[in-house]
Design a protein around this ligand. Structure first.
Ligand code: F0G
Length: 459
């Protein structure tokens, strides 16, 4: 009997051409881009794994919804469509549309976070941390230690260490802790899930200390998929049941809909408490737009509502996460060091184990990311020292425990042939890794979130 291979639960209706290039073209382009992959033009890239954010392919249902968008300034039917989808899927009664995830953070934190505050969580995403530090508050990483050992097998490397959390909660007054942030899945630790068991523990500890729990929910559906597969209690639950269970322990959420709602632009805040909703509404109107559109077109709100249903479908999630695992396993089987288990949205290469000879002061993960681009026209992203920014007080580089090169897979966009292509190029670099001895120095950097605009020079 043949073993039946996995097949995607969709077929392709529209395609977009992508262009190959030569190695010498890429060497010239990346130099012109100051060795910053964000500065490349998309047509200089063959397979673009910079991010899974806003880069997915919408479904025919989402495109049909675009045509039905209601562009009224106030009270558009599209707003109510989005509200119904959010309430049905998350259970939160109040919501505010925003133009993307960081805008949701900006609005909610404007209402809740003040100077001197402390915000514990599991490896806060860079914009989340940026919005906390911008307000002169502090993000404290309470992720479990297992997450920082890429060779260790653990089903929920996104989990919060309850002892670390209790230390923060017991040593600081509750009015200095506006919220605990649980990022599902945890992007910075490798797209790693958080278990319901852990969410329950965090929630009960938060209740004990009178602190709110907010989810950074960009990849909540991928998190639910892992719970279904890895947490016994939920093996027979549907994805939507698991999602409802996850959110039942939270006071609210910020959402970058460019991930698990599979739209190219959009976000929202959803809340249980009317008073916080009212406070946040003031900032939404100031920064984003009126409360029934908040920076989004009616058509985009429609596509987002449909995307929440698409994105919480088991068959879709299985295709999605299997493709990420497919790439991850090609690399792992060839000996390339990757964060293990493979995450939900991306494969994270452990750059320190890939290039141990490159000094950390020369940006190891960035060095590898540039090398992969030159090798095959594959664009990945550095999740390492450049992204970690400088300490806001000492202005010294912060060297994170892990230096990652992230290969983020856009949703429903590339085929497994593309994954083979990417893997072959990476394995070729792996085989000649000893030739790569030096990295880069910084010529220009912004004071915060420097990775987007940094300019580098080859050492
Ligand atoms: N939270 C998480 C966990 C994220 O991964 C992102 C974005 C945001 C918040 C901010 O959302 O981009 O819509 O403003 N992550 C993208 C990435 C950029 O490539 O991982 P946004």
């Amino acid at each position: 009997m043949m073993k039946i291979p996995f097949a995607e639960s969709y077929k392709i209706k529209m395609v977009e051409s992508i262009r190959r290039s030569t190695r010498s073209e890429r060497e010239k382009w990346i130099k012109e881009a100051k060795y910053n992959l964000f500065n490349l033009r998309s047509d200089q890239v063959f397979v673009d794994l910079l991010t899974d954010s806003g880069t997915g392919a919408m479904s025919d249902r989402q495109w049909s919804e675009m045509m039905l968008g209601d562009e009224s300034y106030a009270g558009a039917s599209s707003f109510y469509k989005m509200q119904n989808a959010i309430t049905e899927i998350t259970g939160f009664p109040y919501f505010l549309p925003t133009h993307q995830g960081r805008a949701a953070e900006n609005v909610l934190f404007s209402a809740l976070v003040k100077a001197g505050d402390i915000v514990p969580g599991n490896s806060h995403f860079d914009t989340t941390k940026g919005h906390i530090e911008f307000r002169k508050a502090k993000a404290v990483d309470c992720t479990i230690d297992e997450a920082f050992n890429t060779t260790l097998d653990h089903p929920f490397k996104g989990n919060i260490d309850i002892q670390k959390l209790e230390k923060v909660l017991s040593e600081n007054p509750a009015d200095k802790i506006p919220m605990i942030i649980i990022t599902v899945t945890c992007n910075s630790s490798g797209g790693q899930p958080v278990s319901i068991g852990n969410i329950r523990e965090v929630s009960s500890m938060a209740k004990k200390y009178g602190v709110k729990v907010i989810f950074d929910a960009a990849r909540f559906a991928e998190n639910a998929y892992f719970i279904k597969l890895r947490e016994k209690e939920f093996a027979r639950h549907s994805i939507r049941e698991i999602v409802r269970e996850m959110f039942s322990y939270a006071d609210g959420m910020t959402m970058s809909s460019k991930k698990d709602a599979i739209v190219n632009m959009g976000g929202f805040i959803a809340l249980r408490d009317k008073e916080i909703y009212r406070q946040a509404s003031v900032f939404n109107i100031m920064f984003e737009g009126y409360i029934t559109y908040g920076g989004m077109s009616g058509r985009d709100m429609n596509a987002l509502a449909q995307g929440l249903y698409d994105g919480t479908d088991f068959d879709y999630l299985e295709s999605r996460i299997n493709q990420v695992a497919f790439l991850g396993n090609l690399l792992k089987d060839a000996g390339v060091p990757v964060q293990f288990p493979i995450g939900g949205h991306a494969v994270f290469i452990d750059a320190k184990r890939f290039l141990p000879q490159v000094p950390k002061e020369q940006y190891v993960a960035q060095t590898l990311a540039v090398e992969l681009y030159i090798e095959g026209g594959v664009r990945a992203v550095e999740i390492g020292t450049i992204l970690a920014d400088r300490d806001p007080v000492t202005r010294e580089n912060r060297y994170p425990d892990l230096e990652f090169v992230r290969l983020a897979i856009p949703r429903r966009t590339y085929t497994n042939n593309h994954m083979h292509f990417v893997a072959a190029h990476i394995i070729n670099v792996w085989e000649r890794r000893n030739e790569i001895k030096t990295g880069y120095s910084i010529r220009y950097e912004a004071p915060i979130m420097r990775h987007f605009t940094v300019e580098l020079e080859k050492i």
